[in-house]
Write a protein that binds this ligand. Structure first.
Ligand SMILES: Nc1nc2c(ncn2[C@@H]2O[C@H](COP(=O)(O)OP(=O)(O)OP(=O)(O)O)[C@@H](O)[C@H]2O)c(=O)[nH]1
Ligand SMILES: [Mg+2]
Length: 302
């Protein structure tokens, strides 16, 4: 029998690079929410994938950007913390955007956060550009940082993902698996459920609103008929936001609730009764409890 390997692989990069999309593809299930908007992921999310005798624990992280608010600072701190704890770090960039200012800012402190551990470059969204441009970008990136390897991938279409997974599996330290073989996620189910609702809200709401709300699972009751009864709270900052989320005649929240419920039912493989309530809480962005509920450290926002 070949020896077992296990370890942590952190996925880092600018917001929208495709980190969560890659994690979901590697794991083979939707564990981390994905939207076309920046700053979707707010905390570290662990997804577990098996490759041969290796167990790869992927750590999805919030995007790295110039933080403005307390929440932003806590998110960026969580992202760098993920890189600091990992055996291997994968920096994801977008092929069509190339070496942006934001990517350069990441490169500037990458060495300090990853000292001694391999850093891979994954150029994502290669489905969006012509092949010849990839060679120049690969060279430019490798001149800017000593990456152990470069992979050209499309997390969405799946191109190059298996090769990347195989390389990671072979490079992790030898040792026993960290999770049961059939486990695919390491975060509480009520958190996954809250994230699903936040994804549907983010997809429907415009401009700043997605960044001004948070979702928490208040109660989770297992019914005797095998279904789950889940109550969630959506915290917003202002009265006006509540109205927008409810929508005319409650149609927006109804659509959100329906979409989130359908996804939850698929994930859990059983019936779900989902109840959403919107609460106006002007100071939620400065409340420690709101941070711990979504897996962030409040002090990181100082
Ligand atoms: N065309 C294309 N789109 C992709 C690819 N991978 C991801 N996307 C899209 O890019 C957008 C952002 O994807 P996410 O996975 O949410 O990105 P992220 O890096 O997790 O973003 P944050 O959580 O905000 O940091 C979504 O609309 C994805 O569907 C890809 O390979 N090709
Ligand atoms: Mg994400």
């Amino acid at each position: 029998m070949t020896e077992t390997r296990a370890g942590f692989v952190a996925l880092i990069g600018e917001p929208n690079a495709g980190k969560s999309t890659l994690l979901n593809r590697m794991v083979g299930a939707k564990i981390s929410i994905v939207t076309h908007k920046v700053q979707t992921t707010r905390a570290r999310i662990r997804g577990i994938a098996m490759e041969g005798q290796s167990q790869i624990v992927f750590v999805d992280t919030p995007g790295l950007f110039k933080p403005r608010r307390r929440l932003d600072r806590a998110m960026v701190k969580a992202a760098w913390g993920g890189a600091g704890d990992a055996d291997i770090v994968v920096l994801m960039i977008e092929a069509h955007r190339g070496l942006t200012e934001g990517v350069q800012a990441i490169l500037d402190s990458l060495g300090e956060h990853t000292a001694g551990r391999p850093v891979l470059l994954a150029i994502n969204k290669i489905d969006r550009i012509e092949a010849p441009m990839l060679l120049a970008l690969t060279q430019k990136m490798n001149a800017a940082f000593p990456f152990a390897e470069t992979y050209l991938i499309s997390a969405e279409k799946g191109y190059g993902v298996d090769d990347l997974k195989k390389w990671l599996a072979g490079a992790l330290p030898a040792g026993p698996w960290l999770y049961p073989e059939d486990q695919i996620a390491d975060l509480p189910m009520r958190m996954i459920a809250a994230e699903m609702t936040r994804e549907k809200l983010t997809l429907r709401l415009h401009q700043e609103l997605p960044y001004e709300l948070t979702v928490e699972t208040e109660s989770w009751e297992e019914k005797t008929d095998g279904s789950a009864r889940i109550e969630q709270l959506i915290y917003v900052q202002r009265d006006g936001h509540k109205g927008i989320i409810l929508g005319k005649g409650g149609e927006t929240i109804k659509a959100v609730s329906q979409a989130a419920r359908t996804e939850l039912e698929t994930f859990l493989g059983r019936k779900v009764h989902l109840f959403l309530q919107v609460k106006v809480r002007p100071g939620w962005l400065d409340e420690a409890a709101r941070y711990s509920e979504i897996g962030l450290n409040f002090k990181d926002g100082d």
